[in-house]
Structure formats: C-alpha cells, structure tokens
Design a protein around this ligand. Structure first.
Ligand code: FAD
Length: 478
C-alpha cells in the first residue's frame, strides 16, 4: 500500500470538488483530487449541459410551430432529427468534459473508489492511502432508489437514460413533477411522445408557490401533456411490449399503458461506500451529510459540499460551498455560507421558471409581513411584440422597509431575467430604489418595474413624486 500526504484531499472532482481544489491551491495548499470516474462531474456528463443541449432542440420545434403567429410560414412538416440531436449533444458534452478533465489533471489525481479508513486516512482503490490535514467530501448524488413495486423488473428510464435516448418512445409516463420531470418530460412530449405526468401533489413544482406551479401545469395541459394530480402509484407490470402503471386517484384505481416509464422522483446524496463511520462522520442515507454553514461536518477537519449535503442540488451552490470549505479548511477560519440569494434557481421548462429569495409560502410560514406586486406578460408590450405572452412576474417586499425579499417569474427568458432581481437583492435594494434603476424600452426586463411599483404603493414606502424628482435633479446636477 502506497501512502501520500497532502494538506487537503477532495473526494469527488465534479463542479463542487473542482472549485474546492482550485481555491485551496490558490491559497498555497497541497491538494489532491480523488474520483472513480467517469471524469467531468454530473453537470457536464449527465445533468445541466446535456439536458439543456436537448431542450434547445425541443424549444426550436416549439418556436417553429409558433412561427405562423408571426406571419412566417414553414412549408412541410416540422420534425425532430433525433440521431442528429443526440450526436450534437454528445459532441458538446465531449468538448465540455475534455476542458474540465484538462483542469482536473493539473492536480495530483487519484483515480479509484475512495473510502475512509479513519478521520485522517482515505483509501483509494486497492493500493493507495491518502493522509491529509483536511478532507472535502464532494461525491454528489444518485437517482433516488426505486420504491415502486414491479418497476425495477419492468424496466424504466431515469434521467441518465433519457439523456442517452437515440429514439423517442411513442408514449411515456413521467413519474414525478419536480424540475427534472418538467424539463425532460416536456422535451419528450415535444419530440413526439404522448406524455402523461403522474404527480402526488396538486400541481407541478411543489416547492414553488401555488400560482407558479399551477400556471405551468395549465400550459403543459394546453400543450397536450396530460398531468394527473393527487396520484399514488400502486405498481407497475409488463403487458406485452408495453408497460402498465397502476395508480390511484382519490380512491379510484386506474391503469396507464405506455411504451416507457420515466422515473423522475428525485435524487439522494451519494454516501454509499464512503465508510463515513470509519471517520466518525454522522450522516443520513436519505438527507445526506450533516454540516454547518461553514461546511464542516461533526468532524471539524472533514467538510461536505454540493449534492452530497442533500441541501440545494444546484451547480452554483456546489461551487460556492466548495470555495467556502476550501478557505475554511486551509486557513482554519469559519466563513459561513449565506443562501439568501444563493438559493436562486431556474427551471428550463417552456415557459421557463425562476426564483430568488423567499417564496410567498416561505414568507407566510416564517410569519414575515410582506406585500406582493404581480404583472402578466400578456399585458407587457415587448412580450406582445415577441408573441411570448405566457406567464407573469411577481415581486415580494418586506414591511415596513420595502426591501425586496423575493421574486418569482414564469415566462420568456425567466432564467436570464431573474438575474436583475438577484443583483438588486444582493445589494438589499428596496422596491423604491429598484424603480429608479433605468430600464430600456421596449425590453422584457422592464416588466419588473410594474410589480416593484405595485409593491411600493401597497407597502406605502413609495416616495412622493416631487421627492423623487428632487433626487433625480440633484443627481443630474452633480
Ligand atoms: C438531468 C439533470 C439536470 C440538471 N440541471 C441543472 C441545471 O440546469 N442547473 C443546475 O444548477 N443544476 C442542475 N442539475 C444539478 C447539478 O448537476 C448538480 O447539482 C451538480 O452537478 C452537483 O455537483 P457536485 O460537485 O456536488 O457532484 P458531482 O458533479 O456529481 O460530482 C461528484 C463526483 O464524485 C465522484 N465520486 C462519487 N463517489 C465517489 C467515491 N466514493 N470515490 C471517488 N469518487 C467518487 C463521481 O465520479 C463524481 O465525479 C441537474 C441535474 C440533473 C440530474
């Protein structure tokens, strides 16, 4: 057995682990990365990037179908070329992965499965022991275990398999209503699969506010995706070449016959096989590794970041946590993560959904007094010009200060438009201050000024117009 010493060993070279290793190296630490491969991380290989490459194609199909409304006639049928789409996605993933692997290989890299032997020793494969002053565990997440009778035997697609499809099944049952189910379920539908989403709750995206999830569900139904709410899946069985999904809706037993089943019921932290107990680290197989805001586990020199924490399964959060953990590990400090705006997220459905800060549900649960302003894209000039009138924006301001505490959007370019509010919230802007930021016309972004104005009026924080003119005049004069 060969033993090597480092200041820091990072287990998992995905987005979070790579960010941790880079940060620690910049601080002068000796750092090693450990990964059993394939190298590249979930985001690049089986997550964000392949899914968005595929969704670009299904969005293009929708654009082409809508072109008639703008007076553009497309002769002949609009049909996806799935082999081309799959090839394009593979080429992009290969390019992104090669770039990332080149970065990973600038570190001492130990390839193999890692498990702890003690709180100071990690074994990689059969022959290597890594000793370190600190460890960062960044082993990501795996698809949630299947707990539906008969599903494993009958066969199903998970998100990895959907991303690898070379042809589209004629009909699909999507089990789940979270972001992966929404993004890839709509992709399958637009590529030609008759798609039925079976969800437990009363609308899609249960973590979002009801108006967002219900609105998205309404659009999906308009577009031909059947969404069945309040379902409980009883069992699954093979029926000839098809698959039968037995489910119950409010006491009524139903059967759905489909060619494929897309199991999209979430992911769980990847802690299996790490032998965390040998290091004395507490963890929960479902909830992930316990950690504090400085990313420390109960063993102070062992840190946990990214999906393995089971907290926010988002790339920018994994990177943020990785950087914090590395700084704390190398310097011994206790910098803490702040998720006020960091928990912002987006869903690449069409229309897209995005959110920053607290939802109305969260504000109500926390007993925070707030007011809300809302504006529909159907009333917004630029959206009407673009024929993108689905959805709305809403902004929440805390009382009595008028500080923006959250914002949600369902609509065109939501993933881009949310950044304006992220920036404003980052600087603790009030709705009054937000209204005074110039907004170019006609743009989609200027839609935010309407809920800000409504909030300011409702909150009673709106400055009298003469006072605002005075501010503008004195600013102009200086
Ligand atoms: C379909 C899909 C779409 C997504 N879309 C988005 C999106 O649009 N935006 C977004 O922000 N997020 C998205 N995500 C989530 C995002 O991909 C993850 O949050 C992020 O990649 C997690 O990074 P990580 O560093 O925590 O883990 P990972 O990138 O999974 O890295 C973990 C690494 O650890 C290695 N490893 C694991 N166990 C061991 C072990 N015992 N020994 C050695 N090595 C090990 C693995 O090989 C892997 O390389 C998506 C996820 C999916 C599945």
């Amino acid at each position: 057995m060969q033993a090597v010493d480092y200041d820091l060993v990072v287990v998992g070279a995905g987005s979070g682990g790579y960010a941790a290793a880079r940060t620690a190296r910049e601080l002068g630490a000796t750092v090693a990365l450990v990964d059993h491969g394939p190298l590249g991380g979930l985001c690049i290989l089986r997550g964000c990037m392949p899914s968005k490459a595929l969704i670009a194609s299904s969005d293009a199909i929708a654009e082409a179908r809508e072109a008639g409304a703008l007076g553009v006639r497309i002769e002949g049928s609009i049909a996806p070329d799935m082999p081309f789409i799959a090839r394009r996605k593979r080429a992009l993933v290969k390019e992104f992965a090669e770039y990332r692997v080149a970065g990973i290989e600038t570190f001492p890299l130990h390839v193999g499965h890692a498990h702890f032997r003690s709180d100071r020793e990690l074994q990689v494969g059969e022959h290597t022991i890594l000793r370190a002053k600190s460890f960062v565990v960044a082993t990501g997440s795996v698809v949630a275990p299947v707990a539906i009778a008969g599903l494993r035997e009958t066969g199903y697609l998970d998100s990895d398999a959907v991303l690898e499809l070379e042809s589209i099944p004629q009909s699909v049952a999507v089990l789940g209503g979270g972001y992966t189910a929404c993004e890839l379920g709509q992709f399958l539908s637009r590529m030609g699969a008759k798609t039925t989403m079976l969800i437990r709750s009363n609308h899609l995206l249960t973590d979002s506010d009801d108006d967002i999830g219900e609105t998205l569900m309404g659009y999906y139904r308009e577009d031909g995706i059947e969404v069945v709410t309040h379902t409980s899946i009883a069992r699954v069985e093979a029926r000839g070449k098809q698959k039968a999904v037995h489910y119950v809706v409010q006491g009524e037993q139903r059967v759905l016959l489909v060619d494929e089943i897309f199991f999209a019921m979430g992911r769980v932290p990847n802690v299996a096989g790490l032998a965390l107990e040998a290091a004395g680290v507490r963890y929960d197989a479902k909830k992930g590794m316990g950690f504090d805001r400085a990313m420390r586990t109960n063993v102070p020199h062992i840190f946990a970041i990214g999906d393995v924490t089971g907290d926010f399964l988002l790339v920018h959060v994994a990177i943020y946590q990785g950087e914090i953990a590395a700084r704390n590990a190398v310097t011994g400090s206790s910098e803490e993560a702040d998720y006020r705006t960091m928990s912002a997220h987006t869903i690449f459905s069409d229309p897209q959904v995005a959110h920053v800060g607290m939802t109305e549900k969260e504000l109500q649960r926390a007993g925070i007094a707030y007011c809300v302003g809302r504006y529909d894209f159907a009333e917004h000039g630029k959206a009407m010009c673009l024929n993108k009138t689905r959805g709305f924006v809403k902004m929440m301001a805390g009382l009595p200060t008028g500080e923006i505490v959250g914002a949600s959007i369902i609509g065109p370019q939501a993933s881009e438009l949310i950044h304006e509010v992220i920036v404003a919230m980052n600087y603790h802007a009030t709705v009054d201050q937000f209204m005074r930021i110039p907004h170019l016309h006609p743009t989609l972004a200027e839609i935010w000024t309407y809920p800000a104005e409504e909030c300011a009026s409702k909150c009673g924080t709106r400055e009298p117009i003469d006072q605002m003119i005075e501010v503008a005049t004195s600013a102009g004069a200086s």
